[in-house]
Design a protein around this ligand. Sequence first.
Ligand SMILES: [Zn+2]
Ligand SMILES: [Zn+2]
Length: 536
Amino acid sequence: MQKIYFNGDIITMNDINETVPAILIEDDSIIFTGELSKAIKIANEDVEMIDLEGKTMLPGFIDSHSHFTGVANSLGQCDLKDAKSFMQIKEKIIDFIKINKIKENDWVCAFNYDHNNLQEHCHPDRFFLDTISTKHPIILIHVSSHMGVVNTLALKKMNITNDISDPEGGHYGRDVNSGELNGYLEEEAFIEFNKQRGMLPIEKLLDLMKKAQDLYSSNGITTVQEGMVNRQLFQLLKLAASKKIFKLDLIGYIDLLKDRDLLIDNIENKDYHNHFRIGGYKIFLDGSPQGRTAWMIKPYLNSQGYCGYPQFSDDQLYQLIAQAIEDHQQLLAHCNGDRACQQYISQFERYLNNYQGAKSYDPVMIHAQLVTKEQLDKMKKIQMIPSFFIAHTFYWGDVHIENLGYQRASQISPAKTAFNQGLKVTFHNDSPVISCDLMKTIWCAVNRKTKSGIDLGKEETVTVYQALQAITINGAYMYHEENIKGSLVAGKKADLVILNQNPLKTEPLNLDKIKVVETIKDGQTVYKSEKNLTGE
Ligand SMILES: [Zn+2]
Ligand SMILES: [Zn+2]
């Protein structure tokens, strides 16, 4: 089946930055882009003509880092993003238990609370959560996904008692006077707890996955990441793929530290099977700046010299890098603080110096929030890709100013510098940390304004075109899929998004008002807006 889309701005994102008047697709592929008359000449007689009515078409957006199943799970959890106090957290969770008729002893999971936004300016503890329910195990997941709080029943259910000691790279919160656990869990302590907690029933999860997929496609995304895959999750994703649940492409990264053998034993999954494939490995090098756990070169403000902390020693990290390269796999590392960025780069350099001629497989620095100009220079030499969580400038910009001072905070996510240095910059939203609304992401990258309206590092604002590159062609490069995705070029996949306005012709401050009208994956419509949105 052939289709010609015409009468709109078709932004190809190709090598010469072309906008063309027509595109011809056949089944799942692009056949031609250019003049309408030529498209008609090439096409079969029964080609379907689709009038864009002045709307704008782009390559389908490529999510360069999020947690697909996390998004699915979040759709079955209580969202605390608007909670401004402990009392509001309590009210929301009590309502959630009622509305969802959650049975006693079943887990209640609430996410997206941010202690920075709470009146109390701190995390609640288990005693507070016990006032919500002592009959349900409750877990509160911090907006960073790197820490949380649980109630007394939750600790009991997981057999965690006061005599437990902190795991490496993690921490159990304790009452300062009694030394008893207070329910707060940080980094490895939290991650392990959440993992051991197990998953929802399979049928429920598969259903939530479908909903999550609809959410991504309603935001114009046609390629999605599963940012950290463990054994349990891998089985689930394979099951979902075998049931043909995926319409969008999903690329998962295996937990290198714990589940390296998963990739080796399932190497055939490096290629897509029913839209799911493995992209490589993932590790964490530090925490988050807003949680004051990102590993910094210089101390946080008013912290008596505290710089956050690493997950690994240099030698441990070196071994992990060696494993990834020896397995010929791309490595993604979560790095936020400049000290963590430095460690990632220097250990990669060390390996590549020791093994002259070895390939780096385009490692990715996920978040790269405090990465410096000098570090970006070095990244270019080892083909390391920075993937910025650029919307931090808006969502946590004010908190970063508090934690780091304006000067350091304004250097967060230095996207302009990275583009200038010729790096293949990508942008991500780390959903479910924030929603997968990439128009908001573009707005953030182009405007760099905090929630309270402060300009945060104007010199690092990028052009709208660069922001679009970061969510299309550069994402394709990152996944080594630039031959099939990322731009509208004959021979590539017909992964397309239609917007009601052309971002290149929109006032920067209005970029977040642009709406996705339709999303097309492999030539098939996977999302269509119910509202009648007209082009302008
Ligand atoms: Zn991360
Ligand atoms: Zn993440």
